[in-house]
Design a protein around this ligand. Structure first.
Ligand code: TRP
Length: 446
């Protein structure tokens, strides 16, 4: 009983789909455009891309490697590898804190996913058809001030997530993702096309890609790094938990590149769909969490077949959110299952805790903001830092080489170097920078 049958995904491809399903979600379509808008555009995007490349990708390889080697939930996988390498039990804490972070993310994630569900409903009813930007904005604000409306959709989303997780991750998810992700991708391309024709495409692109570093605040760098973790589902053991189902011994490196590229391209497309509409319709790029919910209906309200496209688009966003949210509670469920607690009970128990937190973040926007800020900008980078240190410094390099399935060549050495030095150093510098340490030092020398 305590040695669960080694359930693995059918193939490396199924793993890619599931991990991409986890990575691609509200982070790409909702959060990335709005934080880019709030943080001034191009320079922020550049820092985000650098963080994906120098921190996200190396840490993701490390997480999957730990999960696949440990073949268990994050706590047990970390413990097993630590024991084997003569390390302490304290490393298990990384998995434990990660589980808590996952629940905390779920507490605001399912609220936003609830908004997306409400938008499916509104689009199907044709309520956005022919509406002007001001009406659409008013509707979004109405939704934000209605606790009861948000409660319904948040509850529905939480329930669906729990039901899928209770049924077991390895079964349904791969299949759904295989069909829906390409569809979402196609829709984003259509939206970018629409924006290119009907929006102010050049203003949108200039905003996203002109790197004006004077617009980059200290906090923006922390937010860009935090988002690199958030969007790739890193730092809390989600990808580690999925890694436990990664079949065989195939190289992890290529897989991770595929996931990271898909995730990044989808975020950039989402931004390219929205900002041209922002500038063409006199909306503000820095308006905050409402950005997607105000700009995209503007497109759907004018487009022929907009009711159909809009409904389907928000349905796809909701499903993308679902394939992410399941990975937020799966690590905790996997751990409880190891304690011989029934899977359904574990899932609905954790789901209930997250649901209660969600009710709090509906009612108090300060709770919503705090959960988002603390998880993405502090807990995930800290988790990532510890995972990088663990795999880079604690584990035996020969074992690491063997378990990543990479060839012993320059690529492996480069990865390991980045994981040992660049990623941890980068995370620390960003942390210290955001604490104001550097400006304090500068003031000292002035
Ligand atoms: N990556 C998802 C998104 O971009 C959110 C997510 C799912 C996540 N699982 C995670 C974030 C684990 C951090 C950790 O929407």
């Amino acid at each position: 009983m305590n040695q669960p049958a080694p359930v693995t995904w059918k193939s490396r491809w199924t793993f890619i789909l599931a991990a991409t399903g986890s990575a691609v979600g509200l982070g790409n379509i909702w959060k990335f455009p709005y934080i880019t808008g709030e943080n001034g555009g191009g320079a922020f995007v550049l820092v985000y891309l650098a963080c994906i490349l120098l921190i996200g990708i190396p840490v993701m390889i490390a997480e999957i490697m730990v999960g696949r080697t440990g073949r268990s939930d994050p706590i047990h996988s970390m413990l097993a590898l630590s024991r084997e390498s003569g390390g302490t039990k304290v490393w298990g804490l990384v998995g434990g804190i990660g589980m808590i972070a996952g629940l905390m993310i779920m507490m605001f994630y399912s609220v936003v996913a609830g908004w997306a569900l409400e938008y499916v409903f509104q689009s199907v009813s044709g309520n956005y058809h022919g509406a002007d930007p001001a009406q659409i904005e008013a509707h979004f604000n109405e939704l934000l001030t209605s606790d009861s409306q948000q409660l319904i959709w948040h509850s529905l989303f939480s329930f669906i997530t729990a039901t899928v997780v209770a049924a077991g991750v390895a079964k349904g998810i791969g299949k759904a993702v295989e069909i829906l992700m390409p569809l979402l991708f196609l829709f984003l391309i259509i939206l970018v096309g629409y924006s290119a024709i009907n929006g102010d495409f050049s203003a949108g692109l200039h905003f996203m890609f002109d790197t004006d570093f004077s617009r980059l605040s200290g906090d923006a760098i922390l937010i860009a790094m935090g988002h690199a973790f958030f969007t790739l589902s890193l730092g809390m053991g989600a990808i580690m938990a999925y890694g436990a189902y990664f079949p065989g011994h195939a190289s992890i490196g290529k897989t991770v590149m595929t996931i990271a590229v898909l995730d990044t391209v989808i975020a950039l497309l989402a931004g390219m769909a929205m900002f041209p509409l922002v500038f063409a319709n006199g909306l503000t790029p820095g308006q905050g969490p409402g950005l997607m919910f105000v700009t995209l209906p503007v497109a759907f309200s004018n487009m022929t077949g907009g009711v159909f496209f809009g409904s389907l688009f928000f349905a796809l966003v909701s499903i993308a959110a679902l394939s992410s949210s399941i990975s937020l509670i799966e690590p905790g469920v996997a751990w409880l299952e190891k304690q011989n607690i029934n899977r359904r009970l574990s899932t609905y128990g954790l789901g209930l805790i997250a649901w209660v937190g969600g009710v709090a973040s509906i009612h108090y926007s300060a709770v919503f903001d705090a959960l988002d800020y603390i998880t993405a900008n502090i807990m995930l980078p800290l988790g990532g830092l510890l995972i990088a240190l663990f795999v880079g410094w604690r584990l035996d390099p020969k074992r690491v080489l063997d378990e990543t399935g990479m060839a012993n060549g320059p690529l492996f050495s480069a990865w390991r170097f980045v994981l040992r030095f660049i990623a941890p150093f980068g995370i620390l510098v960003v942390f210290l920078h955001s604490l104001g340490l550097f400006s304090a030092l500068q003031a000292l020398f002035d």
